[in-house]
Design a protein around this ligand. Structure first.
Ligand SMILES: *Cc1c(COP(=O)(O)O)cnc(C)c1O
Length: 959
């Protein structure tokens, strides 16, 4: 048996034992239940022989937590943290410590999933609603979404929205102003190319000369200038253009909102509201638009609805816009999207309130004025008269000044012709400003800060017509929690409403909710990782370089590919990036016409959505009755479409939870017809150490580091979706125009704002692989398969398991078919999902990939005891359904259809159900000792969509 003798662990394998749920005796019992004598035997029965890897992974031996932390500490110390004045959408910020410890570092917040089960997610839904309210106040628009991946991709989404809603239907032209951040321009350009739009550049004032469907402006501009956009916007709108404005969130505290200036869309990064720069991410982008465009809004919208008892309850609204329903017609491919960081930013606004934010913004602005005045006194010219926190300093010795700054540990922005950029932020002090002045004017010049400050008060740097004249954050939630005690309790109150991994197993199929070990999280808080600007000189980021290089090497080994591109910041972004690489590869061979993407019907909704964004035409291929790709249908379509075949997107093992035996044949078939194979890597947890996409014959995959490689889901993000590619695709992966990473061709456009996406969470995956090592990484896959098969076998006596592979085995997840019971009794998969809440569990994935089913993925990290508790709950629920079947309970009145039950049910004077209150809320003994109370009862989705309300409710509503 290749599995570890768990009773006989060496010290350095300690982490493996902590990561993997079942103990040695439990493992033995589970194997016995499955009628196999060893884990090897189970794996042999499950994974097809012709794709098995037999050599061990060439990654290091497992390290203990202590050794791994010591090693990554050394790597971190290779990063040199300068004071950053670079700006460009990334600023220093003070993360309020109460948020740092109680949100950022708190598994109650970071291990939750996307709030698809809103009854047990009201806490983060409320925090996200606060984020939307904050966005509305600051942007001056009518409707905001919860969060997007970064500013640059949000700008690209704004362009797509403009195309959908613009009345200038004939135009294919999109205008991007000259003073937009270069990384934003890069990402928008790339997106436009594949949508078939043309980009035109120019000064914002030139916008009206163009006949375009939309435009992107920036406020303040990338070089710091504030201009009145109102006449520019009005002129463009008169010509039926949709105008998007990318804005700085802190500047908006003092400036008239872009909405008030007429903008149709306002977007930007919420990073400087208390989220570390982290060498580029993760951060949340905000996005707001007019109410009229609500059906075109990308990403998630949190809305207010009612629960069964008539109470207000929050949920994700208008989901019919999204990829899991609209597939290739979706507004965007956004799935995982920075929820944790949006929540941090919204708590930052709660923590500071409107007065605190104004104080911060005013201080930053005043310091900038002092700096400006000091420079002017020394006859140094500023490019712009009007600014908020960023100066563009004209110099004829900019190199010399920059060298002086670097020598003193300061980073300035250097990509202006003959000028240097300086951006101040909430961490800047008057001492910093004096040091900066000394850098510019030379050390021998006298600086009198007091005098400068006096003079600065008379300076006008924000034109009076652009001063904000409307209040912000008037809602009570932003004005109520002033003391730290109150903020702490507010955070805790919301946390308590949410079920996360620190309460019980979250068996969401395809989501891989495994252990996010504390040791893996610890380095993320270190300033050597958190305080790095993504565009700092690369000699300062040697720690990151070493970390990323090593992680890439490991991932190359794990995937069987030749190289990794670390830029995409979600799985769906990885899909997009991978498809672009395929299209560019085809184009490089003269195959510009290849535009068909085959996608099996079982695919995740992001696949067709991403294909559409890459300019591909989706052709769906059928699955047979065993859930496998229908080879006849695939062969016919591949042959018929061979001339224009671009690729297939296939998930392996499939989302049906089995290892398709024909996977090699599928790869060969597509290759024969000139196509490429994109293997969706979301299910890598069933491959690591056992097989690999590269070995199987695929050309490119994304990895969800937030699934397989232990980055927590954060309640719906962050994530990382790096892609692995075979060497022939390597020249076509994303590069970056601002900072070259030395590997990827710098001339390739970017898909994300930052060169390494959400770099600051890469230490988590590094720690994961360092501590598991070659043996543990493989064990993780083996135990994921063991746990899933054990669960499937035990449940199969009670519910049909929809698909199994040869030998009756499932992969690392399985689908429970609820349709026969629904037919027989009327009880739905939704009722079962909600009833599981009463038993203290999060529901499995509902109705994906097959409507009317539940997909369960226990992962390797759950112990037999926890899995048994889940199975027992499911069996008990089955018995409850039997009572509906037998007529003991009617379909109208039973504990399933009224689930989940809440405290109000217990205390309701009029309990009129045919089952007891006790059965309602304590359906098992296990629940009594560890009850999780859903805070609202079943939510009415239809009501919420019909009466769309996406801002904070008046405070009484919460009481
Ligand atoms: C999660 C998932 C994705 C999308 O990944 P995100 O990181 O959420 O964008 C794609 N495909 C499959 C099969 C998935 O499970």
């Amino acid at each position: 048996m290749s599995s570890l003798p768990l009773s006989d662990l060496e010290q350095n394998q300690d982490f493996i034992r902590r990561h993997i749920g079942p103990t040695a005796p439990e493992t033995a019992q589970m194997l016995e239940h499955l009628n196999v004598s060893s884990l090897d035997e189970l794996i042999n029965q499950t994974v097809p022989e012709d794709i098995r890897l037999h050599a061990p992974l060439a990654i290091d031996e497992s390290l203990s937590e202590q050794a791994a932390l010591a090693k990554i500490r050394k790597i971190a110390q290779l990063n040199k943290v300068n004071r950053s004045y670079i700006g460009m959408g990334y600023h220093n910020t003070h993360v309020p410590n109460v948020i740092l410890r109680n949100v950022f570092e708190n598994p109650g917040w970071y291990t939750a999933y996307t709030p698809y089960q809103p009854e047990i997610a009201q806490g983060r839904l409320e925090a996200l609603l606060n984020f939307q309210q904050m966005t509305l106040d600051l942007t001056g628009l009518e409707l905001a979404s919860a969060s997007l991946l970064d500013e640059a991709t949000a700008a690209a989404e704004a362009m797509a929205l403009a195309k959908r809603v613009s009345k200038n239907r004939k135009s294919n032209l999109y205008f991007v102003a000259n003073d937009v951040h270069p990384q934003t321009v890069d990402v928008v350009h790339e997106r436009a190319d594949f949508f078939g739009f043309e980009i035109v550049r120019g000064d914002a004032a030139e916008l009206e000369q163009h006949n375009c469907f939309g435009a992107l402006l920036q406020y303040p501009g990338t070089s710091g200038e504030i201009t009145d956009l109102a006449p520019i916007i009005a002129a463009a709108q008169a010509k039926k253009s949709i105008v998007a404005v990318s804005a700085d969130i802190l500047a908006l505290v003092l400036l008239k909102s872009p909405g008030a200036l007429g903008a149709d869309v306002v977007l930007g990064s919420a990073q400087r509201f208390g989220v570390p720069m982290g060498y580029g991410g993760p951060h949340a982008a905000f996005f707001a638009t007019r109410d009229a465009y609500k059906r075109s809004l990308p990403g998630r919208i949190i809305g207010v609805s009612k629960d069964r008892r008539g109470n207000n309850a929050l949920r994700m609204a208008l989901q019919t816009r999204e990829q899991h329903i609209r597939r290739e017609k979706a507004n965007s491919n956004i799935c995982t999207a920075q929820v944790l960081l949006a929540n941090m930013a919204s708590f930052y606004a709660v923590f500071h309130g409107p007065t605190g934010l104004k104080t911060i913004a005013n201080r930053v602005h005043r310091l900038t004025k002092i700096l400006a005045l000091g420079l002017k006194q020394h006859a140094i010219k500023l490019r712009h008269e009007h600014y908020f926190d960023t100066l563009c300093v004209e110099l004829n010795n900019s190199d010399e000044v920059n060298q002086r700054a670097l020598a003193l540990g300061m980073n300035l922005r250097t990509d202006f012709d003959g000028a240097l950029g300086v951006s101040l932020d909430e961490t800047t002090t008057i001492g910093d400003v004096c040091e900066l002045l000394a850098v510019f004017v030379g050390p021998d010049n006298e600086i009198d800060a007091q005098e400068l400050d006096l003079l600065a008060t008379e300076q006008v740097a924000i034109p009076s017509q652009l001063e904000r004249d409307t209040p912000i954050l008037e809602h009570e939630v932003f004005n109520r929690y002033s003391s730290e005690t109150d903020v702490l309790r507010y955070i805790k109150r919301l946390e308590s409403k949410d079920l996360a991994l620190n309460h019980s197993m979250i068996s969401l199929g395809s989501c891989t909710m495994k252990l996010n070990a504390t040791a893996e999280m610890i380095p993320v808080s270190w300033p050597e990782f958190g305080s790095m600007h993504p565009f700092c000189p690369s000699d300062q980021a040697q720690g990151y370089k070493q970390l990323i290089d090593q992680l890439e090497d490991w991932l190359v080994e794990v995937t069987g590919y030749d190289s990794i591109c670390m830029q995409p910041n979600s799985g769906a972004q990885g899909e997009y990036a991978g498809l672009l690489a395929i299209q560019k590869y085809h184009a490089s061979r003269g195959d510009h016409h290849r535009n068909i993407c085959l996608i099996p019907s079982s695919a995740h909704g992001t696949n067709p959505a991403s294909a559409q964004m890459a300019g591909l035409k989706v052709v769906v291929t059928a699955c047979d009755e065993h859930g496998n790709v229908d080879m006849v249908d695939l062969r016919n379509k591949a042959e018929e479409l061979a001339d224009s075949l671009s690729c297939i997107m296939i998930t392996y093992p499939s989302t049906h939870g089995v290892y398709e035996e024909t996977i090699r044949e599928i790869c060969d078939l597509v290759h024969e017809h000139g196509g490429q194979v994109y293997m969706d890597g979301a299910n890598m947890n069933a491959q690591v150490g056992l097989t690999s996409p590269g070995f199987i014959g695929s050309d490119v995959s994304h990895l969800n580091l937030h699934k397989t490689f232990a980055i927590p889901h954060g309640g719906g993000g962050p994530g990382m979706g790096p892609i692995g590619v075979k060497s022939h695709l390597a020249p076509f992966v994303a590069g970056h125009s601002v900072i070259s990473n030395g590997k990827q061709s710098a001339s390739n456009p970017a898909v994300s704002a930052a060169p390494y996406g959400s770099a600051s969470i890469l230490p988590i995956s590094w720690m994961y692989l360092a501590m598991l090592g070659r043996e543990g990484a493989k064990n993780a896959s083996e135990y994921a398969i063991l746990n899933a098969n054990y669960l499937a076998k035990r449940l199969s006596g009670h519910f049909p398991i929809l698909y199994t592979g040869k030998n009756g085995r499932v992969a690392h997840e399985c689908i429970i078919d609820m349709r026969p019971l629904k037919e027989a009794t009327g009880i739905t998969e939704m009722d079962v999902a909600k009833r599981l809440n009463d038993y203290g569990f999060h529901a499995p994935t509902m109705s994906f990939p097959v409507a009317g089913t539940l997909m369960v993925e226990p992962t390797e990290s759950e112990s037999k005891r926890e899995i048994d508790r889940f199975i027992d709950a499911m069996i008990s629920i089955r018995q409850e359904i039997a009572k509906v079947e037998s007529g003991e309970w009617t379909l109208e009145d039973n504990p399933l259809v009224f689930a989940p039950h809440v405290l109000d049910d217990l205390t309701d004077a009029n309990w009129e159900h045919s089952y007891s209150r006790e059965l309602a809320v304590f359906p098992s003994d296990a629940v009594r000792s560890n009850k999780f109370w859903p805070t609202v009862s079943r939510i009415d989705d239809v009501f919420g969509d019909r009466n769309l309300f996406c801002a904070c409710l008046p405070m009484e509503a919460y009481e």
